[in-house]
Design a protein around this ligand. Structure first.
Ligand SMILES: CSC[C@@H](O)[C@@H](O)C(=O)COP(=O)(O)O
Ligand SMILES: [Zn+2]
Length: 218
């Protein structure tokens, strides 16, 4: 059965909210980024941003609904995000996921490049790890990093291989992050927590370097 008008409207409104919040933070440079919200699990249907749009703006042609094969469920001139396949991979792997957000930021790109050698970025003992829903004492998280394959099915397959239920996100080298959650509120919280951790860690490295330089030159 196809999503009802009310279900679509609700998903589109939630996407508007998320999009404007992230746009205010400059998380969509150069039309980058894509967002989705699940509408139905069985059969899978989700609302996703249309490809190539300026995601800092709202228009009546921002979103469309696609099926588990990333194909539009209605006849439309809109093209789903070029990376819709990645959203579909997340929803298929994690049936409890209800929203999936992708942004390109300088901090997530820096971390993805710095730690690509290890294919993962780990961080421990930072309070914002709780923002990922991980509450253990002195918790350590490991975010997988995949190569930025230009071919989207190849990229989606690489992502599928490294997805883990422990951490609701994956970095793509010199590209950006995909973060998801049970609903849009949770996916946003996860994305914000990841971005905080990336920026914190990158700035810490810079400051440590500055301290080392000061102490060695004085
Ligand atoms: C314009 S650079 C970004 C794109 O190549 C892509 O990575 C992206 O995030 C947005 O693609 P889109 O098809 O608009 O969803
Ligand atoms: Zn992208």
């Amino acid at each position: 059965m196809s999503a009802t008008f009310e279900q679509r409207l609700d998903a589109f409104r939630r996407l508007d909210d998320a999009k404007l919040t992230f746009a205010r933070r400059d998380w969509f440079p150069g039309t980058s980024g894509n967002l989705s919200i699940k509408i139905e699990s069985e059969p899978l249907q989700f609302a996703v941003t249309a490809s190539g749009k300026d995601k800092t703006k709202l228009s009546p042609e921002d979103y469309l609904v696609v099926d588990r094969n990333s194909r539009p469920v209605d006849s439309t001139s809109l093209k789903p995000s070029a990376e819709t396949l990645i959203h579909a991979v997340v929803y298929k792997k994690f049936p409890q996921a209800g929203a999936c957000f992708h942004v390109h930021t300088v901090w997530n790109n820096l971390i993805s490049e710095l730690y690509f050698g290890q294919r993962a970025f780990s961080i421990q003992g930072q309070e914002l790890i709780k923002g990922l829903g991980i509450w253990e004492e002195n918790a350590r998280i490991t975010v997988p990093i995949v190569e930025n394959f230009a071919d989207i099915p190849t990229l989606a397959a690489a992502i599928e291989k490294v997805l883990t239920p422990e951490v609701p996100g994956v970095l793509i080298r010199n590209h950006g992050i995909y973060a998801w959650g049970g609903n849009d509120f949770e996916a946003k919280r996860h994305l914000e927590a990841f971005e905080f951790l990336f920026e914190y860690h990158a700035r810490l490295l810079q400051l440590r370097q500055a301290v080392v330089s000061t102490t060695t030159t004085n």
